[in-house]
Design a protein around this ligand. Sequence first.
Ligand code: PLP
Length: 285
Amino acid sequence: MSRIAYVNGRYLPLRDAAVNVEDRGYQFSDGVYEVCEVRAGQLIDERRHLDRLAYSLKELRIAMPMTPGALGVILREVVRRNRVHWGIVYLQVTRGVSRRDHAFPPPGTRPSLVVTARNLDLAHSERMAAEGIAVITLPDNRWERVDIKSVSLLPNVLAKQAAREQGAREAWFVDKDGRVTEGSSSNAWIVTGDGKVITRHVDHGILKGITRTVLIDVIAAQGLALEERAFTVDESYRAREAFVTSASQIVMPVVRIDGRSVGNGAPGLVATALRREFHRFTETA
Ligand code: PLP
């Protein structure tokens, strides 16, 4: 079965799905994206993802390409046409096609919209969660507005590659004061020796993950103590547990940081429980 992509009003086989070379996403990374989990063929937390999309677009002064309701119809259609059972749907909006010039294109230039979807290997994800993953840390060299889910991801790409080359699955960015901001494609969390769950506060310095937002409800329901604050790399080395969150990984236990074992070196009880409970707190349409 050929995969299908939606490109500016048309559903096309992936091999025929193409964007104009003067699309501003291609020329300038002038666009934003969303990744939404698909579970049992249903979109998870569509409303929250479309709210964040609207926020990213507003911050960059790109028009919403259509209403959230119309976007939802396309997302579901792409999921259906690709027969996604468990996986992700990806949506990208750029400032559109215009002769290359850094300044904004003429008024009326239509934003471009691309949507793709694919299955992921749930069994593989569960195996990884049972084993836990390794992370490395490296300096956060991104711009100051990473709260915007921009397609401009070069530092994230280089960080992820550095992780892979060191046998790790994720890289944690560290600010100039030695504090962890977030992962290259996930939010970062630790559980302290006295059982507090810590994740960095939201401001312009991290992406406000949808998984992070939902997990805060799960943490409250479990009666766990939560602190939204920065934590240092050193604190993470001494943590009882660590984990990362994202739409495609849900809650993924971290068992090594920079080659040092976290806790007893196995996935923690808190991370495992939060992963198990997570979908009781998500929204499905
Ligand atoms: N932080 C970054 C830099 C990301 O790229 C992502 C997801 O891709 C996240 C955090 C987690 O966000 P979400 O839970 O909405 O997937």
